[in-house]
Write a protein that binds this ligand. Structure first.
Ligand code: SF4
Ligand code: SF4
Length: 338
């Protein structure tokens, strides 16, 4: 890994824009929320102190909510692979980078996901303060960027200059031409120390730790899940905004000379999610569906496959759930710390 000093982060951003289309979190007109939007001359300046994540994670860049998979004219199937312009996502936070790495594994064999992913480079920014509802340190997903999860990782220093860590050859190639000075290796050690200090400043997450333990020891009574199931409106807000949720369904629709198959996001909180052709439904009860969702987020069983929990501590589900059964509410209930 090569590390450089950068005086002005916007110099880097504008340099990247000369090479590829750049998307970065921005406020849409009149909104306090951040959305992923293309960089334009109107894009305002950025800072590592943004206390908020974009409303949507970056998953939609690789796994869009709807896409055509193939067409069939009665004789032959024709795959419809996406044509993606080379792009850069600039300003991805550590929790969302961990989620992208998680989905990279889930969609390893998926040519649609991989076509978009291979056309995209990731530039991350270390978080210097906790965001509302975030608990990334508890699930080893932040606040600073894990090695190898971004092509470039940017870290703001006390004197307002930046460290730029080139984790991949593609990242190193992006900054060629900026003539950046190589950083003193001691600055990397300082960055690690600073991460521990910032992580220590996050609000207590004892309810998350205790909840994880109870889920893995099967100590949550069925009635607790059922009472939370009563609060679920099956709106899919949580699964849509969760950066690691990847469930989809597909359906065929007629076109002029045949059919086309489209896939779209599904949600394990929908009552028919697991319903079989025989009408048997292993999660017919809303409580079972809520339990299933949280088991997928915090079961040790999945750590073997993904090397981490299925929750990266972004807190989006807590903010969006109209039934008040997002991550903090659920983990407080099941850990008995409410
Ligand atoms: S479960 Fe909630 S807190 Fe965890 S990654 Fe998904 S949206 Fe974020
Ligand atoms: S956001 Fe809340 S109410 Fe909506 S599906 Fe998820 S758990 Fe249910």
């Amino acid at each position: 890994m090569k590390v450089f000093i950068l005086e002005d982060i916007e110099q880097l951003r504008d340099h990247l824009a000369t090479q590829r289309q750049v998307f970065t979190p921005q406020h849409t007109e009149g909104s306090t929320e951040l959305d992923w939007l293309p960089l334009t001359h109107k894009t305002k300046s950025i800072t590592s102190a943004w206390p908020v994540l974009p409303t949507y994670p970056a998953k939609q860049f690789f796994f869009p909510d709807r896409e055509i998979l193939f067409q069939f004219d009665g004789h032959a199937f024709e795959e419809v692979l996406p044509e993606v312009e080379l792009q850069i996502l600039f300003g991805v936070r550590s929790c969302d980078l961990c989620a992208i790495a998680y989905q990279d594994q889930f969609f390893q064999q998926d040519p649609y996901y991989q076509a978009r992913r291979k056309a995209t480079l990731l530039v991350g920014i270390d978080c210097k303060q906790p965001c509302e509802g975030g608990f990334c340190p508890t699930v080893n997903a932040g606040p600073f960027i894990r090695d190898g999860l971004a092509d470039l990782a940017c870290h703001q220093r006390e004197d307002e200059s930046w460290l730029v860590l080139a984790h991949t050859p593609e990242g190193a190639a992006l900054i060629q031409g900026l003539n950046l000075q190589t950083a003193d290796p001691n600055l990397i050690t300082q960055r690690s120390t600073e991460e521990s200090q910032i992580a220590a400043g996050f609000p207590s997450a004892v309810h998350i730790e205790a909840g994880i333990q109870r889920i893995n020891q099967a100590q949550v009574p069925a009635e607790t899940w059922q009472s939370m199931g009563l609060q679920c409106l099956a709106c899919s807000g949580c699964t849509n905004l969760c950066p690691t949720c990847s469930c989809f369904t597909s359906y065929d629709r007629p076109i002029a000379d045949g059919i086309e198959r489209e896939r779209c996001w599904d949600s394990c909180l929908y009552d028919a999610f697991q319903r079989e052709a025989s009408s048997h439904n292993p999660s017919a009860d809303a409580g079972q569906r809520v339990e299933r969702f949280w088991f997928h987020k915090f079961s040790d069983a999945y750590v073997k496959t993904f090397d981490r929990y299925g929750c990266t501590g972004c807190g989006r589900c807590e903010k969006t759930c109209p039934g008040v059964i997002g991550v903090h509410s659920v983990m407080k209930r099941i850990s008995g710390t409410l």
